[in-house]
Design a protein around this ligand. Structure first.
Ligand SMILES: *[C@@H]1O[C@H](CO)[C@@H](O)[C@H](O)[C@H]1NC(C)=O
Length: 743
């Protein structure tokens, strides 16, 4: 593990060392390498020319780096560094021509070894200072050290009779030919790797001294990449032949049901004010807030497809009815005055329809004020003044104890503000789950040790109380990057909240940041999209301070999609004689997943390095590259994922995993507008296989991508967000009306 990062870096540049060595040989031809052993100079073979070696090296480097140009330039750096180290460390014996000293292996082996030992000790010293003491495993360190020494010994022996290029070419061949074909993203990549390894093997054979005939037996090594890639190819073929092709896949049922439910929901929306009024009273058992009729007219005027489905608002505001209006206002003011509250106080002025936000010590509000003003600007004169607190952090804030929900004589002194950043917060978050809820969830699991289940009910899928295992499955519950908990009935607006939390939800300003806005010019038609699942992003989601980063949601997802966990078994559905059954297999078709971290962050140095070594990190990717795949994954970061609307608006199909509730939950339907993915992701391999590799799956994928895209233009317009906020402000105005008694 220790030198894996370094290994990755240098191995990518190794192929380039070969042409450099050749140049060096040409400069010092009488002294260097094995050509000195024979007195008559060889005629220069085509393979031995600098430009052919250079081209071959270039091809291999680009193939290893998956044709990523930036990665290519980065890989040149270690080559340059090695050259400098070489020039600096090699003892200068005899005549020295220019920058590169002449190298005599036998004479310099001892002084060189000493310097290498010194260098290694220095590296260990620096490492211990930067990363803390990293415990070693003596046996494996010793074994790998001995193996390395032995390799170099043999290399030196061989190089005496030919050229030092044998060292780099052998090593490059070893690296490419043993690349695990199951992790490759495409057939093209596999093909290039096979070509590159055969090319390198050819170089090795050519450089080696000895009779051509016996050397030719070495071509047998070409079987290593050939056989492994063939095995992978056959495994993919085999997996595809067992697919469920008819419409009997469980996904089909979920889609049909969800579609029907959504159509019914749209149809039953109230058609006139009386119906909307009755619907409100029927649902919530209270009168709608003052101004509700004007809201209805506004929504109707702007063709809001949704009139009655605003349970998200009701669920958020109803706990506050138990406080008097004056009490609600007092708490807002007092909490904002608390220096450690980290909240913005925003004041909506009813006459001008403008919002002004202020913070005790911050000036940048992440465009919260701007976003409110943009969405509420058209509402002059229809609302009273309203004040509310806004949370600018990604993570949600509010936990309302049930005890408080029941009493009406609360004082604000009962409100607790605590900084729980970088600590496990699960126990706190689930403090008020009733023991009954916990009990049922726990008995379900052991009863059926292994069932492949798709998310059928999104609200129980995100319910922390029903899923005690989530405590060790999400960065937010394990080690939130920032978590400033507010315990008490405080009216705070957040962009997302966990099931047990009491934040009031509003549309995130991030959805309107330029980097997250959908631009059709960057999208491509379905037929031209890659038939795979795409995701790239950074390791946000939790702050890694110990080995628990393996349990964070983003890390678990990338680990699965990159097939990194040894001996992991994936679950698939099979159909035999009309009966569905489940099978477990170690096979995961890497061709269907184009998934990688592009940045390792939010971690202490030691755990950054561990993650860097563990994952196949891509140096950089175009932010719109997602739109070139048919399936696009979306997953929580520290809070809600800001890129979600871009994916929803696009011609690709979002597969969404989240623990957060959002303002849009009443209008966005799983299996109609997107595909939900569970927290444990057990169903993901089968789901991706079905949606990419069967005809019915592909048709469904495209349908849902289209439905999500067209619904986005009807139900997620700016005006729809305005309609939501308008209704929310009506409720907030009623809540904080000083003349309202506690209910
Ligand atoms: C909150 O806690 C985190 C982690 O312990 C710490 O880094 C941060 O400075 C704290 N913030 C404040 C304002 O105390």
């Amino acid at each position: 593990m220790r030198d894996e990062t370094l290994l990755k870096l240098t191995s990518a540049s190794q192929p380039l060392l070969t042409p450099f060595l050749l140049i060096a040989e040409r400069c010092d031809s009488p002294r260097m390498g094995g050509s000195s052993t024979s007195d008559t100079p060889h005629p220069i073979h085509l393979i031995d020319t600098v430009w052919v070696t250079g081209l071959a090296g270039l091809f291999v480097v680009l193939t290893l780096g998956d044709w990523d140009r930036r990665g290519f330039f980065l890989s040149i750096l270690p080559v340059a560094a090695l050259l400098i180290v070489y020039a600096a460390l090699t003892p200068r014996i005899g005549r020295s021509t220019g920058f590169l000293p002449i190298f005599d292996m036998e004479a310099s082996i001892l002084p060189l070894s000493r310097r290498v030992v010194c260098l290694l000790l220095m590296v260990i010293g620096v490492e211990t200072v930067v990363f803390g003491f990293v415990p070693m495993e003596p046996i494996s360190t010793l074994t790998s050290g001995l193996t390395k020494a032995l390799t170099w010994y043999c290399m030196a022996k061989i190089a005496r009779h030919c050229s030092w290029r044998i060292a780099t070419t052998t090593r490059v061949f070893a690296i490419i030919s043993t690349r695990n074909p199951f992790t490759l993203a495409s057939n093209t990549q596999a093909l290039f790797l096979v070509i590159a390894s055969i090319l390198t093997l050819g170089q090795v054979i050519h450089i080696l001294p000895g009779p051509t005939k016996s050397k030719s037996t070495l071509w047998a090594f070409a079987l290593v990449p050939l056989v492994s890639n063939l095995a992978n190819f056959l495994a993919i073929r085999n997996a595809q032949s067992l697919l469920i092709h008819s419409g009997e896949h469980p996904i089909e049922q979920l889609i049909q049901e969800a579609k029907l439910n959504f159509a019914r929901m749209l149809q039953r929306q109230s058609q006139d004010y009386t119906a909307a009024y009755e619907q409100y009273r029927h649902r919530y058992g209270v009168e709608p807030p003052p101004g509700f009729e004007a809201w209805y007219e506004f929504a109707k005027l702007h063709q809001s497809p949704i009139i009655d489905e605003f349970d998200v608002i009701y669920n958020a505001v109803s706990p506050f009815w138990k406080l008097s209006g004056q009490n609600v206002l007092d708490i807002i003011n007092d909490v904002h005055r608390a220096p450690q509250s980290e909240l913005w106080l925003c004041i909506f002025s009813g006459q001008q329809a403008t919002v002004q936000c202020s913070h005790a010590h911050r000036t940048f509000d992440r465009h919260i004020e701007l976003s409110f003003n943009r969405l509420l600007g058209a509402l002059g004169g229809v609302l009273p003044d309203v004040r509310f607190l806004v949370n600018h952090l990604d993570e949600p804030r509010v936990l309302i104890p049930p005890r408080m929900r029941r009493t009406d004589t609360l004082g604000h002194e009962q409100i607790n503000l605590t900084n729980l950043s970088r600590q496990p917060v699960w126990d706190k978050l689930t403090e008020f789950c009733s023991s009954q809820e916990r009990g049922t969830a726990q008995t379900i699991y052991p009863a059926e040790p292994f069932t492949l289940s798709f998310v059928a009910d999104i609200s129980s899928a995100i319910d922390l109380c029903q899923n005690p295992e989530y405590g060790a499955m999400h960065g937010l519950t394990l080690s939130p990057t920032s978590f400033r908990l507010v315990e008490g009935a405080v009216l705070i607006l957040s962009t997302g909240a966990l099931s047990t939390m009491g934040d009031i939800l509003y549309p995130s300003a991030a959805y309107n940041e330029s980097e997250f806005i959908y631009d059709e010019r960057n999208d491509v038609e379905w037929e031209r999209k890659h038939n795979n699942l795409y995701w790239a992003g950074s390791t946000t989601g939790g702050f890694a301070m110990d080995g628990m980063w393996r349990q964070y949601h983003r890390q678990r997802f990338v680990e699965l999609a990159q097939n990194l966990k040894p001996r992991r078994r994936y679950c698939y559905l099979r159909q035999q004689d009309g009966v569905l059954s489940q099978v477990r297999s170690s096979f995961l078709n890497g061709r269907l997943f184009d998934v990688a971290f592009t940045r390792i962050m939010q971690c202490e140095p030691k755990y950054c390095r561990e993650q860097d070594a563990y994952f196949n990190v891509k140096s950089w990717v175009d932010k719109d590259k997602a739109l070139r795949s048919r399936l696009v994954f979306d997953i929580d970061g520290n809070g809600i994922s800001g890129r979600y609307y871009k994916l929803l608006a696009s011609k690709s199909l979002p597969l969404k995993q989240t623990l957060f509730r959002e303002w849009h939950d009443d209008r966005l339907r799983p299996w109609v507008h997107y595909i939900p993915v569970s927290q444990d992701m057990e169903e993901l391999p089968e789901m991706v296989l079905y949606l990419t590799s069967t005809e019915s799956g592909q048709i469904r994928a495209r349908e849902i991508a289209d439905q999500g895209r067209s619904w986005f233009t009807q139900g997620f317009r700016d005006i729809d967000q305005t309609i939501y906020l308008y209704r929310l402000l009506l409720e907030l105005a009623r809540l904080q009306d000083p003349s309202r008694p506690a209910m």
